[in-house]
Design a protein around this ligand. Structure first.
Ligand code: BGC
Length: 268
């Protein structure tokens, strides 16, 4: 893809060193590109899809940015430890984590296999815990850092909106909300800001089934006052801002980027 860095005066993240989980596709991919465009060096985490992570890193490096692929299963404690150690070594430290990795597959409660419930909670919530813990340990090692530090969650409108057939996903995002707010209190005294971005319906591979069905696609638009699906860039730009010093006083907050979905348009 034709990727270029933002012009220097417009860059918000010069000298920052970031790790984006689930960085090889969807919102994670767009976030890697946007952080890099703002001057950050980016560890592009992937779990299996090495080809995509390599392509993203090559695009960024070709444009004069810095990016490195890091394989890691966010739900596996040892894998997370190794992945963060590698990323911090290669990037020369770490001052920004984006907990983006997430999965979903619909099941009614009565049909929900325990393995499916566990997998979604493991990746979406335990993954955010393991990665935040690892990042915080690395960040807290340096009591007087030269760069600002932040841990950001890729939450969802479903941290507040219940969603039938997605009780596991909603539980993971509802859990993420209070997890984020709690560690925001713990880490703020260390100068580490924790905050969340909550996307609405964004056109990414996670929604491929809905996007392929015109009626289902329109039904989602009907739930969005702004009248359109979100683009990956809508979210990636919000993440870059939230990570930057421009958002220096934003602590423990969720920024909804959802075209108004959380305004409950169908409630009259
Ligand atoms: C989910 C999408 C869904 C959106 C709005 C997101 O968290 O990943 O699949 O379209 O919420 O319901």
């Amino acid at each position: 893809m034709a990727f270029s860095l933002h012009p220097e005066p417009a860059r918000l993240l010069t000298d920052r060193r970031a790790l984006v989980t689930g960085g090889s596709s969807g919102i994670g991919e767009g976030t890697c590109y946007e952080l890099a465009a703002h001057g950050a060096a980016v560890a592009v985490n992937y779990n299996g899809n090495a080809q995509s992570a390599d392509r993203i890193c090559a695009d960024i490096e070709r444009a004069g940015g810095r990016a490195v692929p890091v394989e890691m299963d966010v739900a596996d404690e040892h894998s997370v430890h190794d992945g963060f150690t590698t990323a911090a070594e290669v990037l020369g430290g770490l001052d920004l984590l984006v907990n983006n990795a997430g999965i979903e597959r619909p099941f009614k409660l009565v049909d929900m296999p325990l393995a499916e419930w566990r997998r979604v909670l493991d990746v979406n919530l335990t993954g955010a815990f393991l990665c935040s813990r690892e990042a915080a340990r690395i960040m807290c090692e340096d009591p007087s850092p030269a760069t600002p530090r932040a841990i950001l969650m890729m939450s969802s409108v479903h941290e507040v909106i219940p969603w039938e057939r997605f009780s596991h996903y909603c539980a993971s995002k509802g859990g993420m909300k209070l997890f984020a707010q709690t560690i925001a209190r713990e880490l703020a005294p260390h100068g580490i800001r924790v905050a969340s971005v909550a996307p609405g319906a964004i056109a990414t591979p996670i929604n491929a089934d809905v996007l392929a069905d015109p009626a289902a696609k329109q039904k989602v638009v009907d739930e969005i006052p702004y009248g359109r699906w979100g683009e990956v860039s809508d979210i990636a730009r919000a993440v870059a801002w939230l990570a930057s010093e421009q958002a220096d006083y934003v602590v423990g907050t969720t920024l909804f980027v959802d075209g108004g979905m959380t305004l409950y348009p169908n409630f009259a």
